[in-house]
Design a protein around this ligand. Structure first.
Ligand SMILES: Cc1ncc(C[n+]2csc(CCOP(=O)(O)OP(=O)(O)O)c2C)c(N)n1
Ligand SMILES: [Mg+2]
Length: 552
């Protein structure tokens, strides 16, 4: 047996553990790891900023079930990667950040890019550790992979000092590690399954909330069977969309506020009563609402609202148990109930309110007019990525998902800038699917340079920018005194499509809504990357809301 260095050992260990994708920015001291990863058959994508690389790694984790790796240089590289760790932790998505570090014997000396990396990554990670011996690399990779996907998924960090990367060990001295099996699927006690079903049977106005935890556990068949069998209306969380078809007749998506306010029993499946769900509190929720909560993490049970029944474990396994329990029961939720008709009436009223905006051909256009054409060209099998404030929130309601894990957005952490990292991850994982992203003009600014990355790797991604010239809204004309520009305002009519053209893709700029459909058709027909930049009225608003979506 010969010698092996740390870089090769790291790459082979990742590959052995089923880590197939790595996103990074090379430099001191991690270059050899990137090269070794390519040699080991890992798909390596060189990105323009570590933030995007770290977002891409976690999206891969969510989409494939094995963590993506993000490779960053010491110091500032790790600091940029923190953005992804924090986002992954909030979304409960698995990723492994691998940070280079200065050589151990220089610790504390003010080495190039020296930073306390294990310390600063720890609050955002399930596990963060510095590898201290080259021969233990497989051990730590196994630990990071296992920790990232077992229990509640999340982020892990491995610190790789220069001397560990370059260090050579005898292959027979390497501590081998077993391949991490897919996460175990824990079930709930039968008594709790029966209690949960009893609560459901006693409901007047039941509602199922489907979170992205169901998508993570690949529970779509079981959730679909449960809804079909019980006929209970459901609401998808933003990234739980598609576990159930958004266009299913039992979807309350178009009457969200009403359904949340009035439901007396909520089955909370792999979703949390955090800010996105208004904490489960009045006035957005019924003050006497009874919660049946299914979560992979016991400590998540009863957050903000005490759960009457706790089902702790795997989504797919436990919804399967519920379905089995239902076989012994006759109950289903009747069709002709005031609850079902109230939801239908509310959805119809909401649709009526939107219709005039969607039909408004005034230039520049409003959001609903833009989404009318966008939703018409969206292929059913597309991965849809969204970021922005209005752009994302309205997009959630106007771009339906038919299948799970095909919607990625700013998520639980509300992070702007995830867009292009997620686009690149989706294109890497699903080369056979159309990748369509809709970003606000402010949102695309955070990661727009990754358009070059997409072009370089020949990814035929479809980017749409809804350009109102600002964060939430713009302005008709910039004031002469530039220091009085309102803080939310960006340049008017910026040519974001030219970014795409600069790197070899195609761009379109649309001001008149009558031209939008044609541009979008050309975008989808183009066999390479493209960007349609859609000018919106600077003050284009949303459907008036009873309560704002944002809590701040
Ligand atoms: C990393 C980060 N920085 C800042 C924000 C605050 N923020 C929320 S939405 C948003 C941009 C919204 O503007 P845009 O993307 O143009 O969408 P619009 O609402 O104008 O359609 C910003 C900066 C954030 N959520 N995340
Ligand atoms: Mg904007």
């Amino acid at each position: 047996m010969g010698k092996i260095n740390g870089a090769t050992l790291m790459a082979r260990s990742l590959k052995q553990q089923g880590v197939e994708y790595m996103f990074g920015v090379v430099g001191f001291p991690v270059g050899p790891i990137a090269e070794a990863a390519q040699a080991a058959g890992i798909k390596y994508y060189g990105m323009r900023n570590e933030q995007s690389a770290s977002y891409a790694a976690q999206a891969v984790g969510y989409l494939t079930g094995r963590p993506g790796a993000c490779l960053v240089v010491s110091g500032p590289g790790v600091v940029h990667g923190l953005a992804g760790l924090a986002n992954a932790q909030q979304n409960c998505w698995p990723m492994i950040l691998i940070g280079g570090a200065s050589a151990v014997h220089q610790n504390g000396m003010g080495a190039f890019q020296e930073e306390r990396q294990v310390l600063i990554t720890t609050p955002f990670c399930k596990f963060s550790h510095a590898v201290e011996h080259t021969h233990r690399i497989p051990f730590y990779v196994e630990m990071a992979v296992r920790t990232s996907i077992y229990g509640r998924p999340g982020a892990c960090y491995l610190d790789m000092p220069d001397d560990i990367i370059l260090g050579e060990v005898d292959e027979e001295k390497v501590h081998p590690a077993a391949r991490v099996a897919d996460p175990p699927r824990m079930i709930a006690p039968e008594t709790e399954i029966e209690r949960a079903l009893n609560v459901l049977e006693s409901a007047q106005r039941p509602l199922v909330i489907v979170g992205k935890g169901m998508a993570w556990s690949r529970a779509e068949d079981e959730v679909r069977a449960f809804i079909e069998r019980t006929q209970v209306p459901f609401l998808a969380s933003p990234m739980g969309k598609g576990v159930m078809d958004d266009n299913h007749p039992l979807s309350v998506g178009a009457a969200r506020s009403h359904a949340l306010q009035e439901a007396d029993v909520i089955y909370l499946l792999g979703a949390r009563l955090n800010w996105i769900m208004h904490f489960g509190k009045p006035p957005r929720f019924n003050k006497d609402v009874r919660i049946v909560q299914l979560d992979i993490a016991a400590e998540a049970i009863s957050q903000n609202v005490p759960a009457e029944v706790a089902l702790v474990g795997d989504g797919k396994a436990i919804v399967g148990q519920l379905n089995k329990g239902l076989e012994r029961r006759q109950w289903f939720y009747p069709k002709d109930t005031p609850w079902r008709s109230a939801i239908a009436a509310k959805a119809e009223a909401n649709a009526k309110q939107i219709a005039p905006q969607a039909a408004d051909d005034t230039a520049p256009m409003n959001y609903y007019r833009a989404f009318k054409d966008i939703s018409a060209i969206l292929p059913e099998n597309a991965v849809i990525i969204g970021e922005g404030a209005n752009t994302m929130d309205i997009g959630r309601t106007q771009m339906p998902n038919k299948n799970p894990r095909l919607r990625l957005d700013a998520g639980s952490y509300g992070t702007m800038g995830i867009g292009m990292g997620f686009v690149i991850a989706a294109a890497a994982v699903h080369p056979d699917r159309p990748i369509v992203s809709v970003s606000g003009d402010a949102a695309i600014g955070f990661s727009g340079m990754e358009i070059e990355t997409a072009c370089r790797y020949g990814m035929p991604v479809k980017i749409i920018v809804l350009n109102n010239g600002g964060i939430g809204s713009g302005i008709a004309e910039l004031p002469r005194d530039r220091l009085t520009i309102p803080p939310r305002v960006m340049s008017i009519g910026s040519g974001y499509e030219k970014l795409m053209e600069a790197f070899g893709g195609r761009g379109w700029y649309v001001e008149d809504p009558k031209d939008l459909r044609k541009a979008l058709n050309e975008l989808m027909a183009h066999d390479g990357p493209g960007l349609v930049n859609v000018k919106l009225a600077p003050t284009a608003g949303r459907k008036p809301q009873q309560f704002g979506w944002h809590t701040s």
